[in-house]
Write a new protein. Sequence first.
Length: 135
Amino acid sequence: VLFCVLSLVRWCRRSDPVRQAARRQAGAANNAIQKLHRLRNQRRADAKTFKPELAEILRLFIGDRYNRVSTSLTAQDCRGLLLENGQDSEAAERFGAILQTCEESRFAANAGDAVAIDPEEIKDLLKQLSKKSRK
């Protein structure tokens, strides 16, 4: 009987939407960084899909962090959300520029190829944005 009661309590706590959103927001940066590492390792094998997949990772980060639907976010939306939530304007602009470059390479064949994207810079930027959000 005790096992059933404990299981029911645990299930209720796990299915609470507020707790799920808080858990998703807290882990947004770590999830994005893990996906970025996987993408970086895969980069050599599939260079054509690197930037579109990177754009998806960045959108997921913003969507999870600020409880938005990530698939509908544009670079300008992300920049605006970051600035609205008190992020450093330079970091928000850099995030928006990286995402814009990724989007351009997706829709125009060679549009984003001139700009090199450093995964380590993105990792540092994600950490900076997540630390700033916690304060």
